[in-house]
Design a protein around this ligand. Structure first.
Ligand code: ZN
Length: 54
């Protein structure tokens, strides 16, 4: 099994808002999870890219 299942949250990576740079939280375990920057009202994916809701 090659899946890195035991990687815990604190690997130094988190999701930050691409617009204002605010730290939005740890990366989500689900690839399609989005976090919202409350300042910018912007949805951001795990890679820190802006996502507009369809
Ligand atoms: Zn922001």
């Amino acid at each position: 099994m090659l899946a890195k299942r035991d990687v815990k949250e604190a690997d130094g990576q988190g999701v930050t808002c691409p617009r204002c740079g605010a730290y939005l939280g740890p990366r989500q375990p689900l690839p399609h999870a989005l976090v919202k920057c409350l300042k910018c009202k912007l949805w951001v994916d795990n890679d820190g890219n802006e996502k507009r809701r369809a």
